[in-house]
Design a binder for this molecule. Structure first.
Ligand SMILES: C[S@@+](CC[C@H](N)C(=O)[O-])C[C@H]1O[C@@H](n2cnc3c(N)ncnc32)[C@H](O)[C@@H]1O
Length: 259
C-alpha cells in the first residue's frame, strides 16, 4: 500500500493522515497487520497506543493504556525549564510530580547531563512504563511510587503536568482521549483544580513548573499566591493558550536569585 492510499483511508479519523500513513508504513510491512491497524484506528484508538510509542521532545517514548500519551503541548514546559535554568551543565536535582510515561523527566535529563531526576507517581503501572522509557532513552532516573499529597523531599525545582480536567468535562473529551488515556491522568476533581491545591502547599521546592489547562491561569495563580508563591513567568503554546506557569516560593529563594 502506498502512503497516499493509506492516507485516504485515514482521512475520516486523523487530522494528519499522510503523516500517520507514513508512520505506519515505516514500521509495518505486512498488509494484514496494516488492515488491522486501520480497523483499530477507525474505531478511534490513537496511533501511538496502537504502535506502542510516541515521539516527544528529542526522544521516543513507550506508551500504553496505563499512561497519558506524551503531548506536544507539554514540550512548552521543557522550553520553560531551559529558559529559566540555562546552565545545562549544572548538577540540578529535580522532580517530576505525576510522571506518567516519564516523558518530562527523561527529556530534561537528556538536556541536563549532570542532573539527577526523580519521578513520582501513584500508579505502579505508569512507573513501570517510565522505567522502561528511561532505559529506552539511555537515561538514569529514579522512579518512586508516592502520592503527591505526601511530597516533602527537597529539590532544586520540580515540574508537574498533573490531571486538570474538571470531572464533568471528562465525558465531553474526544473518545481518543477519554477511552484510551487513564482516568487517573485526566480527572482534576470538580473544578479541575484539586491537584493545584495540593501542589500549592508544597514547601520543599523553590521553583515549580506547572502545565495548566485552557483558561486556568487566573484560578491557579490565585491558589499559588495564597500558598506563598509568586508567578515568575507564563508560557503560551502554539495556539496562544497559556500552557505553563512557573512559580517561585518566596521564602525559599535567597536574594531573588535562581542558582
Ligand atoms: C496528566 S498525567 C501526566 C503524565 C506525564 N507527566 C506527562 O506529562 O505526560 C498525570 C499523572 O499523575 C498521576 N497521579 C494522579 N494522582 C496522583 C497522586 N495523587 N500522586 C501522584 N501521582 C498522581 C497519574 O497517575 C498520571 O500518571
Amino acid at each position: 500500500m502506498t502512503p497516499n492510499i493509506l492516507a485516504q483511508k485515514l482521512e475520516s479519523v486523523s487530522d494528519s493522515p499522510l503523516l500517520e500513513a507514513r508512520w505506519i508504513l515505516s514500521e509495518v510491512k505486512d498488509e494484514n497487520k496494516i488492515c488491522s491497524i486501520l480497523r483499530r484506528r477507525k474505531a478511534g484508538e490513537p496511533l501511538s497506543k496502537i504502535l506502542g510509542h510516541k515521539g516527544f521532545w528529542k526522544g521516543d517514548f513507550i506508551t500504553s493504556k496505563d499512561v497519558l500519551d506524551p503531548r506536544a503541548d507539554s514540550e512548552i514546559l521543557i522550553e520553560a525549564v531551559l529558559k529559566t535554568f540555562p546552565n545545562k551543565l549544572s548538577p540540578y536535582s529535580f522532580s517530576d510530580i505525576g510522571t506518567g510515561s516519564g516523558c518530562l523527566l527523561i527529556s530534561l535529563l537528556t538536556e541536563y547531563k549532570n542532573a539527577t531526576g526523580t519521578g513520582i507517581d501513584l500508579s505502579e503501572k505508569a512507573l513501570k512504563i517510565a522505567r522502561k522509557n528511561a532505559r529506552h532513552n539511555n537515561v538514569k532516573a529514579k522512579f518512586i511510587k508516592k502520592d503527591m499529597r505526601q511530597f516533602h523531599s527537597s529539590f532544586d525545582f520540580a515540574v508537574s503536568n498533573q490531571p486538570y480536567i474538571p470531572t464533568k468535562d471528562i465525558e465531553k473529551l474526544e473518545p481518543n482521549v477519554r477511552l484510551y488515556d487513564p482516568i487517573m491522568a485526566l480527572d482534576g476533581g470538580n473544578d479541575g483544580l484539586d491537584y493545584y491545591r495540593i501542589l500549592s502547599q508544597i514547601s520543599s521546592v523553590p521553583v515549580l513548573f506547572l502545565e495548566i489547562g485552557k483558561g486556568q491561569k487566573t484560578a491557579v495563580c490565585r491558589l499559588f499566591k495564597k500558598g506563598g508563591w509568586r508567578l515568575l513567568s507564563a508560557h503560551k503554546d502554539l495556539g496562544k493558550i497559556v500552557r505553563v506557569l512557573v512559580f517561585q516560593k518566596k521564602r525559599l529563594v535567597k536574594d531573588d536569585k535562581l542558582f
